[in-house]
Design a protein around this ligand. Structure first.
Ligand code: C5P
Length: 306
């Protein structure tokens, strides 16, 4: 990147090794007890000062399907930043997409988080982290996590974060579908299924102690057994093929498999890098796209700048 005023930022995808869902709150969100982990599937943002604010998307090598349409969350993030930091320049942003859209990998949220970090860097890097995080809260429940990355427990609507000391790199195989699931629709179906079954979600969510202990210690077998996602029944009801592909990813050798976020991506936990590539090779024919990704310690990351 030769432009000396430009900033390049990596935006990392996020998976949920654990997602317990409680009742819907008055603000429309559900109470969650979740473990989130950033993984090395990245969009790349380039931000530079410009005459007028603009956001454009281009497809990365492995990206399939339509690109995001305006108004997207990055434009909103840059508007929030401009409102909060008076005197900041207009910024032109180009985003190379690799993270699939509406796939349960927080692609929109992570681009928004990276845009805030990049906007701050373009503006001289003077915005305190806590202020950037509070801007994240206005943009969506998981944007603050995407800014930080790593591995965290989250309560509330998914934005009350407690970082976890998961020092071991975890290797995942992602089975990516060629259809999308809208997060609001999946949560809506979650509510409908609870009503139909006459079992309202419990307010007291089971905390992921076994999973946290396993991830912290790097015990993959125990972690595989402790994966959980309460949105699976709803997502599988909306997209029945997922029931079969989940089982198939397990048969391909993943130690445990769970839906990522509201889906449709399935995440299989693997013993190590070599094992992940073996599983991925066996899963190639099951999904339109398969990715092998390690967990990462950081979320949004500036890789070059002024
Ligand atoms: O926060 P975000 O805008 O990404 O959430 C998208 C939608 O997902 C919300 O409008 C809501 O319908 C649903 N959601 C929820 N409870 C959460 C997070 C998301 O119901 N904790």
């Amino acid at each position: 990147m030769s432009d000396t005023s430009a900033v390049e930022v990596l935006a990392r995808a996020k998976i949920n090794p654990y997602l317990a869902v409680g009742p819907r709150r008055r603000d429309g969100y559900h109470t969650l007890a979740t473990v989130m982990q950033s993984v090395d599937l990245t969009d790349t943002l380039v931000l530079r000062p410009a005459e007028a604010r603009s956001v454009s998307f281009q497809a990365g090598d492995r990206f399939e399907g339509d690109l995001p349409e305006a108004p997207d969350l990055v434009a909103q993030a840059l508007a929030v930043f401009a409102g909060e930091v008076p005197g900041s320049p207009a910024i032109a942003t180009t985003i190379t997409k690799s993270i699939p859209l509406a796939a349960g990998l927080a692609g929109g949220s992570t681009d928004a988080a990276a845009a805030l970090l990049g906007a701050d860097a373009v503006t001289g890097g003077r915005t305190p982290r806590l202020r950037l995080e509070s801007m994240c809260h206005d943009l969506g429940a998981d944007v603050a996590f995407c800014l930080r990355g790593g591995t965290a427990f989250a309560g509330g609507r998914g934005d009350e974060l407690a970082p976890l000391p998961a020092r071991h790199q975890i290797w995942w195989v992602l089975g990516i579908a060629d259809f999308r699931l809208g997060t609001p629709e999946v949560y809506q179906r979650f509510d409908e299924l609870a009503v139909a079954a006459g079992t309202p979600p419990d307010e007291r969510l089971i905390r992921p102690q076994a999973l946290i202990a396993a991830l912290t210690a790097g015990h993959i077998k125990q972690a595989g057994q402790a994966l959980r996602n309460d949105l699976e029944a709803a997502a599988f009801d909306l997209a029945p093929s997922l029931t079969k592909t989940k089982l198939a990813l397990k048969h391909a050798g993943a130690v445990g498999v769970t839906l990522s976020g509201s889906g449709p991506t399935l995440a299989g936990i693997c013993r190590n890098e070599a094992h992940a590539f073996e599983v991925a090779a066996r899963a190639e024919s099951l999904f339109p796209r398969v990715e092998v990704v390690p967990s990462t310690r950081v979320g949004a990351e500036i890789v070059s700048g002024p």
